[in-house]
Write a protein that binds this ligand. Sequence first.
Ligand code: ADP
Ligand code: F6P
Length: 507
Amino acid sequence: MSAPLLVVSNRLPVVIEQHDGQWCSRPGSGGLVTALTPVLRQRGGLWVGWPGASEQDGLDLDGMLSDAGAAAGFDFAAVKLSDDERDKFYYGFSNEIVWPLFHGLHTRCNFDPSFWEAYRAVNCKFARTIKENVRADDFIWVHDYHLMHVAKELREVGLRQKIGFFLHIPFPPSEIFLNMPWRFDVLQALLEFDVLGFQTQGYRRNFTQCISSVIPGISVRGRGRVVTTKTPRRKVRMGVFPISIDFDEFADQAASPETTARAHEVREEFANRKLMLGVDRLDYTKGIPERVKAFGDALDRYPELREKITLVQVVVPSRTAIHEYQDLKAEIEKLVSEVNGRHTVSGWVPIHYVFRSLDRTNLTALYRTADIMSVTPLRDGMNLVAKEYCACRMESDGVLILSEFAGTAATMHRGALLVNPHDRVGMADAVYYAVMMGKEEQRTRMRVLRQGVRRFDVFWWLDMFLQASSGDDVELAAPPEEYDLLAILPPESIARPVPARVPDPAS
Ligand code: ADP
Ligand code: F6P
């Protein structure tokens, strides 16, 4: 299918913000932007979203966006939000209700009724911008949890063309979802799309259970792939499309002279030590405190690891206006200093903590240098960082420690060391086992991982979604069978033998 794309997400891939009184633009952070930018760059199209700033004196928003669009190679249409809309729709409903609820943390939710009003009003605003910009042959593709109401608003203004929706985050089990006061409205609104995409079978199963228990007269057929609603009678297709990255872009960047030079400097800095890397947005779903504690436990349990391994933990600032994110930052900093205080000796600091966004050269240099990558969220829709690490491992070595609760575990369980991030002993053992792992086992695992990421890259994901939207049964071409905690026994990679001794990490 070659219909032009009209992509809609809360954020545009650029963020306009003020620094020292000057307005400037920077690339947006997060998996959605990483995945969709190469898609739009390759296919062209229009991206509708919020630029992160509101209209104000001294800011030429349209001019800055048109420059940023020209540099990106596709067009932007901005949805401008007032400060009140930003606070109630983005910080409020999206990030104090849907984000925690969909990640299974309903006790963190702030079900303020004014947030719901703002959510609907802003979704309506997005719908108006889409209506103003859409052409008859465009495929409208709406992304993520901020915009679950957009198709309903578009139908209300009479738009009849096909609309797809992809949920980048988990869909929770029904007993969690049903805590939401506006559960019926949200599910009804989602059923106004023509195609709904989920990251894993488990998330689609959760959604199917919810609609079956909340919406009267619904029928689900085709092993959860087609829903028929009663009034009005219409069909909605539901697919599983694990999102990915532009493998070649990361692999090429990793092999570039600038990344090679930077990787060499990083290796020198950590000479004779294993480097374990964590790269996350500041978020309580990412399991950063749990990882830091487990790393401290590994040093306590296995004294042989001391002075032989360093954890580099990079955190990109995110949603820092929300109190919980500020508290999380303080908690991480406290835990890092506790572990460092307990173990630092002359010439070795166990944890290097970096709180800022890195450019691609520095990021890929870290991926290239890291002997171990730790991706251990408490829950995550996908977690592209795990795929980026594998794409950058040109020598097919390195160890991926991966949470069972990341969407990536569904397809990367074969090569990774799977862990339960709540199991401190298991996490500490995994660090030890990763340090111990010989090159042969590393290569066997990493080859499997790289093959998967290369084959099922973001362009595969795009094709599958577009084919599903045109009516094809794309799940016949789905990626390898999923790891599903509820459906199958844990794979062997969970039951790790504890090795007898630690080899020289420098070897
Ligand atoms: P999420 O979408 O929840 O943020 P993902 O792991 O899917 O989680 O995506 C995170 C994206 O943000 C990745 O593309 C990663 O490279 C990028 N990222 C994370 N931390 C940093 C950082 N400190 N500097 C630059 N990019 C980062
Ligand atoms: O991939 C999940 C995601 O929530 C995106 O939808 C979002 O843009 C990104 O992470 C970063 O979060 P934010 O837009 O709140 O900075």
